[in-house]
Design a protein around this ligand. Sequence first.
Ligand SMILES: [Fe+2]
Length: 171
Amino acid sequence: MRRRFDWMRTLHPVTQAGATAALEHFTTILAREAIGNPRHLETAPEEIRRLWCWHAAEEIEHKAVAFDTFLLAARALSPFARWLVRLRIMAAATFYLFDFMFRGMAEFFRQDGILTFRTWMRFVKFALVSPGVIRRILGRYLLWYLPGFHPWWSDDRALVAQAEEMIALPA
Ligand SMILES: [Fe+2]
C-alpha cells in the first residue's frame, strides 16, 4: 500500500483527484448494494450490521465530493478530453483495486489454510452467482464510462433514509 501511495503522489493532481473519484464510485455502488440488499448483512451481528449501514449511508452522502473536485481540477480540459481521462483512470483504478483485493484475499486464505482452487471457485460463485455482488453492481459500475456521467445521476437519498432507519436504536 505504501509503495502504491508513494507512486500515486507522483501523478498529476488531476489524475489523483480522478483516481479518488473512481474509487469513490466503487464504494458508492457497493454501499447501495449493502443497504439495498438485506441478504448481505442478514447473518451479521446487530452492531456490525448497524456499523456497515452507517458507513454505507455515509459513502452515499459524500459520493460526489471527489468527483466534483475532479471536475474543478480538470476544468481546463474539453468535455471530450475529460471523458477520455475518466475512462483511462477508471480502467487503471479497476485493475489496481482488483489486484489489491485478490492479493489480500490470497493472504487471508493462506493464513486460514484454505488457499486452494476450491476456495477461489467458491469466491467466483459468491461474486458472480449467489449473492452475486459483482454481477449485481456491474451495470452501475459501467455508468461511469458514459460521457457526462455524474454520481448524482442516480438519486440514492431513499437508500440513505432506509439505512438511517436501520441504524436507529429502538427508543
Ligand atoms: Fe468515500
